[in-house]
Design a protein around this ligand. Structure first.
Ligand code: NAD
Length: 266
């Protein structure tokens, strides 16, 4: 059988196993997983009885034609070097690693390669997975991978030159927004009698509601600000402070992420 293999059962590996199997896009006998630690492999086997567990990366590579590398960027090349000798050459390597280029991957495996950047929000079936196929990837394998990731959220095809910026928005984004929600809730709690828990609950709900509003109405964020910020009112005072400071803060954060993107895994 043409199995999907997943190497690495951390945050992404486990999310993909859960998503692919819960959505029904793959059956339990179509997935093989391995990870470095025995504990992770046991956890996967316990969570999904009947799933294929490989004892080594090479064993997984012998059993699967589509191989998803869900290890950290600094481990990707080592794993690829380990499995290439047992591969036939007609496999499809799917790397989740931010910052490792198609050229680097194709340097070790000159066959079908695709870069995929998932997002943790696929845990709840939301958000966008970025997909960037290598030149050797055929249409059939490309659409198989796109179909897999469509089962856990949206899929957007991107050029490799767009990946750094798209990764910041789509995949780092949940971490950035979670930090903003936390800061907003903490600042409000510090300045009032509201407990941190209640502040966090309100901030989270408001963020979800605001995203839903923008998505449904198609309104520009600036126009929404205008609807909420009554002239001379409360919101206006806060937005003014944010507009003074946030552009610089965000420029710094994006610059730091792009710098790290270029260095990660090297
Ligand atoms: N976390 C995210 O939101 C996110 C989003 C998009 C892309 N990514 C990318 O996905 C990849 C995985 O990220 P993560 O957050 O799941 O990392 P993680 O550290 O949670 O998981 C990595 C897993 O790989 C296993 N592993 C390490 N070396 C191994 C080896 N030699 N052989 C087999 N297994 C090995 C580890 O035991 C662990 O289970 C990274 O390349 C990252 O850039 C992550």
């Amino acid at each position: 059988m043409d199995c999907i293999g997943i190497i690495g059962y951390g945050h992404m590996g486990s999310m993909l196993v859960d998503g692919f199997l819960s959505s029904g896009v793959l059956g339990i006998d179509e997935v093989v997983v391995t990870s470095r630690s025995r504990e992770s492999r046991d956890a996967c086997a316990a969570a999904w009885p009947g799933i294929g567990i490989a004892g080594t990366n090479s064993e997984l590579a012998r059993r699967c034609r589509t191989i998803i590398l869900a290890v950290r960027p600094q481990e990707v090349m080592e794993v690829l070097r380990e499995i290439v000798p047992v591969m036939d050459g007609d496999e499809h390597i799917v790397s989740l690693a931010a910052g490792i280029s198609l050229a680097e991957l194709e340097g070790l495996f000159p066959g079908q390669v695709t870069r995929v950047i998932p997002t943790i929000t696929s845990t709840v079936g939301q958000g966008t997975t970025l997909v960037c196929h290598g030149r050797q990837t055929g249409m059939q394998d490309a659409s198989r991978v796109e179909g897999l990731f469509s089962s856990i959220g949206n899929v957007m095809l991107v050029g490799e030159e767009e990946l750094p910026a798209a990764t910041i928005l789509s995949s780092c984004g949940p971490g950035l927004l979670a930090a903003i929600i936390e800061e907003l809730a903490d600042a409000t709690a510090r300045a009032s009698g509201l407990t941190t828990d209640r502040a966090l609950s309100l901030a989270t709900e408001t963020t979800a509601a605001t995203a839903a509003y923008l998505r449904k109405t198609g309104e520009a964020p600036g126009d929404l600000v205008g609807r909420v910020a009554t002239g001379g009112g409360v919101t206006e005072a806060g937005v003014k402070r944010l507009r003074e400071r946030l552009p610089g803060v965000f420029d710094e954060a994006v610059a730091a992420m792009l710098e790290r993107y270029g260095a990660v895994g090297k």
